[in-house]
Design a protein around this ligand. Structure first.
Ligand SMILES: *Cc1c(COP(=O)(O)O)cnc(C)c1O
Length: 836
């Protein structure tokens, strides 16, 4: 077998133009590293640390990107290209060094140069702080789409918040999650240019007043209140091959100058400084919550802060080359990543009408022609609504505009309706009048957009039939589907070098920019030689993960066992608890000698729980308690191990995913909008055990039913059971002795000696409090399915054949495909199909 760790030389002389040329390149990079060490960092080579060398290498790599960035910017201006703006509260980027080395074709050169200097590439790479400006899937989607938009040559710009503290670091103490703040900007950020000269004022509070404009027409304006300055930080994103570089512009909050003067002149220096840091705290911290809306005023303030700064920036750029707004929707597309930036709709109305004198009807046509909205969840607890009183106090002019938009919208519906239907009007309204009046941000985003998309086919269907049914009847063409995708550059080329090299040896290298070419591997699925190579790659990756786990946790894993992986945020709907019910079931069977036909299995979990989500934290604790008991029991030694890898983030995902053989995607059908972890794992050759939920359905269609393990109730049946009161968990508990033994063991202290009631809440939620996520209804089918997985794994050739088919048929889930679809169907921009 060929050397699987061999690096693929890219655009460097290392590709065989001769040893002299290679030598010259290595010497050249050495010089540039020493130069940055000296002139950018003020250090000499003696005593320089891994961090210093990281910074020097990152700066040298950045130099290669800056020229392209300038070119891309010039090109966009020259051609007056339509621009795509991606507004997102979250960008879950992870580390950038390897991605940018790959994009600029200099990864091999960097490795060899550091080798030559006696430096450890991995140790240097790991010095980069994690850019964890997001919670999970939604933020990671934003990062993947930015990379693909750039690869496809779109003049794109992301907009978000430059949080001082991104996602917290997760530590485990006594089996429980502890959150620690992470100051990721401690050493600055090589990939971002701070722009102290680019600031936008953002107003809060104050009042509105009537006025006449210069032509004597009645207008309103927003006055008084307080101002915060948004300062720009531009994070560079390189596309594949570095043919295009775009930026994500992230805003940090600064106290405004005007604000300073007013307060300081009152003579209260200390309090004035304290208030100054209060306004700067606006961009301090990311809300570490996934799939719930917590309704905190600071969060609303953050949302408006970045929306207001971004729209001013967008409008200013447009007006540099245009005299009026008629062509705004032809030149500007703004994508709203979930409802978090939905205030962009009334803010653009305000800018156009109040500040630029555009008529209301024209302004509204511009808005709806410009905006599109991506919905990410149907979970009721995640749908954003804000009390009318809160918006009225913080953003008085926006509340007026929302009322106006809503009035116009509902009048239009009434006019067109055959007979007025008050219940329908109430359901359509942007204002929820039941109880405390609240603004429904999803309705605002929906009505203000020309396209509204779901993120997987099933999710889009459920949007049309469920929460958006009335809006869908009103705007039957507005809802479209755009199934999520992942960038193969990060998730295969960078994360799984051995697999990337093996694929390239067989089908050439262009698959990385055209992932559907992976189908060229299909004929090899039956080839015993190729199967052996694929197995060897997986084994190499499993051994690497074993070293990683041993190094971090001091736990030894068996690389010959089945690596069964569930990594994602901890949430009841994702059902990590169902996974644990299987672990305990298998454990009891092994102890009783009833699972002799099952292969040795290592169950790997990772994920963070929202700090205030008690049940999710209790599940993490249960995982640790079960792991402690199982891993210490000599009766199951060598047959079952459980490990929880702390602090799940993009970099940890890059370690785990290439080593996975089984991918658990087991959410209650109808709850996971799409999932993208499912795609990363399948693309890296893991087989999926999953429900017919989110994008699992489409993965099944692509890879074929015989190459995926589906189980459980489909969405329609799950919905019927949950909402029409047919679910009787007690019946499952009493009717299934094995399930009862598992639940009794957990609920009576089998894993929590000395504290028998520790998991009472968990067991009660299943047996007594309705089992909302239907674990007990799916349990038996899940266990039977896991049995089939175990047996299938024992036929190693057939398992590998299925894994190859999975890899070969995952091309559709490249975020390049997703972006091309957005570009054609929503944004109306061309994409590049050839480099250059
Ligand atoms: C891909 C990814 C996610 C999303 O995973 P799902 O399984 O789709 O929930 C979350 N966190 C990180 C770090 C990721 O890379």
């Amino acid at each position: 077998m060929a050397d699987l760790t061999a690096e693929r030389p890219a655009r460097t002389a290392l590709d065989g133009s001769g040893p002299a040329a290679a030598r010259a390149e290595i010497d050249g990079l050495k010089r540039r590293l020493h130069d940055h060490l000296r002139h950018s960092l003020g250090k000499g080579p003696v005593g320089s640390t891994h961090l210093d060398w990281y910074l020097a290498l990152a700066l040298a790599t950045r130099d290669l990107m800056v020229e392209t960035w300038m070119d891309s910017t010039r090109q966009a201006y020259k051609t007056d290209a339509k621009r795509v703006y991606y507004l997102s509260m979250e960008f879950l980027i992870g580390r950038s060094l390897v991605a940018n080395l790959l994009a600029t074709g200099s990864l091999d050169l960097a490795r060899q140069t550091l080798d030559d200097m006696g430096l450890d590439f991995e140790a240097i790479r790991d010095c980069e702080p994690e850019a964890a400006l997001g919670n999970g899937g939604l933020g990671r989607l934003a990062a993947c789409l930015m990379e693909s938009m750039t690869t496809l040559g779109i003049a794109a710009r992301g907009y978000g918040i430059y949080y001082d503290y991104g996602m917290f670091s997760q530590y485990i103490e006594g089996g429980q999650q502890v959150e620690m703040p992470e100051r990721w900007l401690r050493y600055g950020n090589v990939w971002a240019f701070d722009r102290p000269d680019v600031t936008e004022p953002v107003r809060f509070h104050g009042r509105t007043e009537a006025r006449l404009d210069d032509r004597g027409r009645p207008r309103r304006r927003w006055v008084d209140g307080e101002e915060v300055l948004a300062q720009a930080h531009d994070l560079m994103v390189a596309g594949h091959g570095c043919w295009t570089v775009n930026a994500i512009r992230l805003w940090s909050a600064q106290a405004s100058r005007e604000f300073d003067l007013r307060r300081f002149n009152q003579g209260d220096y200390i309090n004035a400084v304290a208030e100054q840091s209060f306004s700067e705290s606006l961009s301090h911290v990311l809300y570490p919550d996934d799939s719930t809306s917590m309704g905190k005023a600071l969060r609303l303030k953050q949302e408006y802060f970045f929306v207001a700064a971004s729209l001013r920036d967008i409008v200013r750029r447009f007006l540099q080359t245009h005299d009026d707004f008629t062509r705004f929707p032809n030149k500007v597309a703004i994508q709203l990543n979930d409802t978090h930036p939905a205030l962009a709709v009334p803010e653009l109305m305000r800018l156009l009408v109040d500040e630029h004198g555009v008529g209301c009807d024209e302004a509204w046509a511009i808005c709806t022609g410009t905006f599109a909205y991506t919905n990410h969840t149907l979970l009721p607890e995640a749908l954003e609504t804000w009390p009318v009183g809160l918006i009225g106090d913080m953003l008085p002019r926006h509340l007026e505009i929302i009322y106006d938009i809503n009035h116009q919208f509902l009048e239009g519906v009434r006019r067109r309706a055959a007979q007025p239907d008050d219940a329908r009007i109430r359901r359509l309204s942007m204002i929820d009048e039941a109880g405390e009046r609240r603004v429904r941000m999803a309705h605002l985003a929906f009505v203000g957009s020309h396209r509204v998309n779901g993120v997987a086919a099933l999710h889009t269907e459920l949007m049309r039939a469920g929460i958006f049914a009335d809006l869908h009847r009103t705007f039957p063409d507005r809802i479209v589907n755009k199934t999520n995708g992942i960038t193969p550059r990060r998730w295969v080329q960078a994360a799984n070098r051995p697999l990337a090299a093996l694929i390239s040896r067989h089908i050439g290298e262009t698959w990385i920019a055209n992932l559907e070419e992976l189908r060229g591997l299909l004929p090899l699925a039956e080839d015993p030689g190729f199967q052996a190579d694929v197995r060897a790659v997986k084994r190499l990756n499993k051994e690497a993960l074993c070293r990683y786990v041993d190094g971090r946790l001091g736990i030894e894993l068996d690389p010959a066992s089945l690596f069964d992986v569930q990594v994602k945020r901890i949430h009841e709907y994702k059902r990590q608890l169902l996974n644990i019910l299987h672990v305990v079931t298998l454990y009891l069977r092994l102890r009783e000698g009833r699972a002799a036909d099952q292969p040795p299995r290592t169950v790997i979990l990772a994920g963070k729980a929202a700090p205030g989500y008690h049940m999710a934290k209790l599940i993490i604790r249960l995982i640790h308690d079960v792991a402690r008991v199982v891993n210490a029991d000599p009766l199951v030694s060598g047959r079952l191990r459980v490990v929880f890898i702390p602090d799940y983030n993009v970099s940890v995902a890059e370690h785990i995913i290439p080593a996975a053989e089984l991918s658990q995607q087991i959410s209650t059908a109808g709850t996971e909008a799409s999932g993208t972890g499912n795609m990363k794992l399948a693309l890296n050759g893991a087989l999926t055990i999953g429900t017919r939920d989110g994008a699992n359905v489409e993965i099944g269609q692509e890879v074929g039913e015989e190459n995926i393990f589906f189980f459980g109730l489909p969405a329609a049946e799950a919905e019927a059971l949950r909402h029409r009161g047919g679910h009787d968990p007690w019946r499952y508990y009493t009717g299934d002795p094995e399930l009862r033994a598992v639940l009794d063991m957990i609920g009576q202290g089998g894993f929590s000696q000395g504290e028998p009631d520790r998991y009472r809440l968990i067991v009660d939620s299943l047996t007594r409090h309705g089992d909302y996520y239907l674990l007990l209804a799916d349990y038996a089918d899940y266990i039977a399915c896991q049995d089939r997985v175990g047996l299938a794994y024992r036929d190693s050739d057939d398992w590998t054949r299925k894994a190859i088919i999975n890899v070969a048929r995952m091309g559709r889930f490249s975020s390049d495909v997703t972006v091309a679809d957005y570009a054609a169907d929503i944004w109306g921009v061309p994409v590049r199909t050839e480099p250059g």
